[in-house]
Design a protein. Structure first.
Length: 259
C-alpha cells in the first residue's frame, strides 16, 4: 500500500533538476550514506525506471550506466562532490535525461514498506501497488466503497519489475536484459553472468510439468514455444505461470474485482 506520494518535477536545467532531486530525497527520508548504499541504488533505479545501458543488449549509447547514475545522484544529494567522484559532464547529462524521460508527468511514491516507485500523477495515499497476472508492469489500484478496485495506472515499483513478487529474486549471477534479434525485435532474456550466455527461460521456474515440452523455433533464444505432448496444443504462455501452478508454488494470489 502507498504510504505517501511526493510531487517531483524533473527540470530541463541540470541545476534545477538537482535541487528537485535533493528536495525529493529529503522529503522521502532517503539517507545517502554512500553512493553504494541501498537507498541511493534504489533511488537511481526508481528515478530512471531502471533503464540503464547494461540492461539492454546491445547497449544503447544514450543511456547512463547504473554505477555512474548512483555516483551522480550521490553527488547531488551531498552537493559539491561531483569532481571528487569523477562523474563526467557527459555522464551527468545522460543521467539527467534518463530521469526526465522516466519521471515527466509522473509522481514519486513510497509504500508502507519504504519501497520507492514512480506512478501516475493521480496516485495517492492508500492506493495499492499490485502485480497482476498478464500485465508486464505493476498496476496501481484504488479501493472503492463497494469493495471493488479502480485502475489508477501503470507503475514502476523498485524490486518488483522482474517477476520478484511471483517467483522471488533472480539468482545472484543472473540478470534480466532487454535483448534484440536480427529483426530488431526486443524481449526480456536472462544473462548468466558466470558463463556469459543468454537464455529465454527464467532460471527461477524449475522443470516443466510432465506433459509439457519446449518446441524449437527460429527465435527460441528470445522466446519459448511450449508444446503439450498429450493434446498437441502449442502456446507462448508458460504453463508454470498459470494461477494454478503459482498457487502450487505457494504464491499468495489475490483476486481483485475491477470496476
Amino acid at each position: 500500500m502507498i504510504r505517501k506520494v511526493l510531487s517531483f518535477d524533473p527540470k530541463d536545467h541540470d541545476k534545477d533538476q538537482a535541487r528537485e532531486i535533493k528536495k525529493l530525497a529529503t522529503r522521502a527520508g532517503i539517507q545517502a550514506e554512500s553512493c553504494q548504499s541501498d537507498e541511493v541504488k534504489a533511488l537511481a533505479r526508481t528515478l530512471t525506471s531502471n533503464d540503464f545501458a547494461e540492461r539492454s543488449a546491445p547497449q544503447p549509447d544514450g543511456l547512463p550506466t547504473a554505477a555512474l547514475t548512483e555516483k551522480h545522484l550521490y553527488s547531488v544529494l551531498k552537493s559539491g562532490l561531483l569532481n571528487e567522484l569523477r562523474v563526467s559532464e557527459a555522464e551527468s547529462d545522460k543521467s539527467h535525461r534518463a530521469i526526465r524521460a522516466a519521471c515527466s508527468s509522473r509522481a514519486f511514491y513510497m509504500t508502507e514498506n519504504r519501497v520507492p516507485g514512480i506512478g501516475p500523477l493521480a496516485a495517492k495515499k492508500g492506493d495499492h501497488v499490485t502485480v497482476l497476472l498478464g500485465c508486464e508492469v505493476p498496476i496501481i489500484l484504488r479501493p472503492t466503497t463497494n469493495g471493488g478496485y479502480k485502475v489508477v495506472g501503470e507503475a514502476y515499483c523498485d524490486g518488483f519489475m522482474d517477476g520478484e513478487a511471483l517467483l522471488g529474486p533472480l539468482p545472484d549471477f543472473f540478470k534480466a536484459v532487454f535483448r534484440s534479434n536480427s529483426k530488431n525485435e526486443w524481449r526480456w532474456s536472462y544473462l548468466n553472468q558466470k558463463t556469459g550466455v543468454f537464455q529465454a527461460e527464467d532460471p527461477r521456474l524449475g522443470p516443466l510439468p510432465a506433459e509439457w515440452s519446449v518446441k524449437s523455433h527460429e527465435d527460441d533464444e528470445l522466446i519459448q514455444l511450449f508444446l503439450n505432448d498429450e493434446t498437441g496444443n502449442e502456446t507462448w504462455h508458460d504453463p508454470r505461470l498459470t494461477s494454478e501452478a503459482l498457487r502450487k508454488r505457494g504464491v499468495p494470489l489475490q483476486v481483485f474485482d475491477l470496476v
